[in-house]
Design a protein around this ligand. Structure first.
Ligand code: FES
Length: 594
């Protein structure tokens, strides 16, 4: 027996999908559709093509972004997949941010990219979207955008670069950028050699091929289930990257056709359990400290608070299993050869929630079982033989960081993880640049370098300046590492004993703002302690003597910088704009470690 359908309900339904979705407002919906079709037909589309589910594909290609240099070829492959599955691919541009081409910092622009991506996805008629990103801030921005919407998305990274050799030494961006620059500063290599290295550090398009922020985020997104298995590690220029792109296009159409699109929306996939899995992987891969800020921002948009103490607790039970720079010795192409992220997840199974749904339609546990794993492994260790016995990141607290700070102890010097030293203070990035190499700088190898006013508001944009250079005179004397502390971030590719993200930041008149030259500081990672040996009354007196944050920041009267500096949140809640984050008071689920 057939059931008569309500024509009004049918009409409403069809207005929610495809070309009829989100009609421009002229006060006459039929005319809006008529006009939309008239214009799009200028591109040669037929009526039957326009009746298909529409799959948006974000185009983040830019001449300024070599990490996205393969995007045109990826887009062709995604379109091929969409067409194979009966969908209509529509490519649209968004902002593209490259780490080295963003002034003052890429982080300053991440929230702008998130706004751009969200509103383009909201305002154009798309039934599902493939998010093509890669360079550090781009995927986080896309995920923040997706988290604010409720349509199916699949993320696919551009993939890591390949490496090359320099006089037999394998090189990759950008751990080796810093390693060789350190050698040059110390006088170990000359101008001719550093110029030669400069031409070899990034030998193909793609993202940095160490476990920097881009690789870390790609691994976390694949773990969380918002990208298809295999997408994190396949190199940018290999055929596999384009086959995965085609597959992603096909799957996007299937998601768009699901009866209830919310089944695969970011809100349905990025559950507290899925985010916990991603954080577990962050520890196990020795991932970037930046990723902690980004996932916190994505979670916050979903109303989920990521508790830093829970992150620390997770890390105490999860070893670092991936031997990649900067914590280890190898590169992403080696992780790919070992079976990619799924091979890592297989080792981590006891630590993961395996019942989480992924965009493939399978659970994470099913995906892990299905994955092909290499028997001859080079970089993925078993739990009983880890690279580092506990997770890569630790959360520090103390009177210098009341709301927390982070250290990547898997990439630090073991002998500096417990250290007491005299503060050598730089009040800003400018002050650092002026004095760090001065022969007159009063500094010893046992001192602690302190950088102030490099946080989210202060810099602004929380630059990757936390990796303060070793003062030249010490570098030339052979010093390779010192304890360095700041409210800045650092590149995920960097190595060293570096305390970051001190919250509240200096510009908010946090205790970091009142550290003075000669104060003694204690770092004790095993106790999770960052302590200024100045009594509380004196710290309070120094803070009270400061001008207010608003006076010190000199916020301009208009423009994006005003928006940024008046609304950006602190690192412990993700550095998003405060008006983009829903209230998390009381009702938000809090992630729990296992
Ligand atoms: Fe783009 Fe490293 S500079 S990923």
């Amino acid at each position: 027996m057939s059931v008569a359908k309500d024509p009004k309900a049918q009409a409403n339904q069809s207005l929610q999908t495809g070309i009829r979705k989100g009609l421009t407002r002229y006060g006459d919906t039929e005319f809006s559709l008529f006009l939309r079709k008239a214009f799009i037909k200028a591109m040669g589309y037929s009526d039957s093509a326009l009746e298909r589910p529409i799959i948006g594909i974000t185009n983040t290609y830019s001449d300024f972004n070599p990490c996205h240099g393969n995007v045109p070829q990826m887009i062709e492959a995604i379109k091929r997949g969409v067409m194979q599955a009966g969908g209509m691919p529509m490519v649209f541009p968004t902002i593209s941010i490259h780490e080295s081409f963003a002034f003052p910092t890429s982080m300053y622009l991440r929230n702008l990219m998130a706004l751009d991506t969200e509103e383009m996805m909201r305002s154009q008629p798309v039934d599902a979207v493939v998010l093509v990103g890669g360079c550090d801030k781009t995927i986080p921005a896309q995920l923040m955008a997706a988290a604010s919407l409720d349509i199916p998305v699949l993320s696919i990274p551009t993939g890591p670069m390949l490496t090359t050799l320099h006089q037999g030494d394998r090189l990759g961006a950008c751990t080796d950028c810093r390693r060789y620059w350190g050698k040059f500063r110390a006088g170990e290599i000359d101008q001719e050699e550093i110029d030669e290295v400069n031409g070899k550090l990034a030998p193909t398009t793609g993202t940095c091929m160490v476990m920097g922020t881009a690789s870390t985020i790609a691994c976390m997104v694949e773990t969380a289930g918002l990208s298809l298995p295999g997408t994190a590690a396949a190199p940018a220029v290999m055929a596999e990257r384009f086959r995965l792109s085609e597959l992603t296009g096909r799957r996007a159409v299937e998601l768009a056709k699901t009866a209830d699109q919310k089944t695969f929306s970011p809100r349905a996939i990025l559950t507290p359990k899925a985010l916990t899995n991603a954080l577990t992987v962050l520890h196990a891969i020795g991932g970037s400290t930046n990723a902690l800020i980004h996932i916190t921002a994505v979670a916050a948009r979903l109303g989920i608070k990521i508790d830093l103490d829970m992150v620390d607790q997770l890390g105490r039970n999860v070893p670092v299993l991936v031997d990649l720079k900067p914590s280890g010795a190898h590169y992403m192409e080696h992780l790919y050869e070992d079976g990619g992220l799924m091979a890592v997840l297989r080792e981590l199974k006891p630590h993961l929630y395996l019942d989480c749904l992924t965009v493939s339609g399978k659970t994470l546990g099913e995906e892990i079982e299905d994955a092909k794993v290499s028997k001859a492994r080079k970089v993925i260790r078993i739990s009983s033989d880890p690279i580092y016995p506990v997770g890569g990141l630790a959360i520090l607290r103390g009177n210098l960081a009341p709301r927390g700070a982070v250290i990547k102890h898997s990439a630090a010097s073991p002998d500096l993880l417990k250290h007491r030293g005299r503060a050598v203070v730089f009040s800003s990035l400018e002050d650092l640049a002026l004095r760090i190499d001065s022969p007159d700088l009063d500094v010893n190898a046992d001192d602690i370098l302190v950088l102030q006013n490099a946080g989210p508001k202060g810099a602004p944009g929380m630059p990757e300046a936390g990796y303060l250079p070793i003062p030249k005179k010490l570098a030339q004397a052979g010093v390779k590492d010192m304890v360095r502390i700041s409210d800045a971030r650092m590149s995920g590719t960097a190595f060293g004993t570096i305390v970051l993200h001190i919250t509240p930041e200096s510009a908010e008149n946090g205790p970091l703002a009142v550290v003075r030259n000669g104060d003694m500081i204690v770092l004790d990672v095993s106790q999770r302690l960052l302590h200024l040996e100045v009594d509380d009354a004196e710290i309070r007196k120094r803070i009270d003597a400061l001008a207010s944050p608003a006076e010190r920041l000199a916020i301009p009267e208009s423009g994006y910088r005003r928006l940024y500096q008046t609304t950006v949140t602190q690192a412990d809640i993700g550095c998003d704009f405060d008006f983009m984050v829903p209230s998390m008071t009381g009702t938000a689920p809090v992630l729990k470690g296992r």
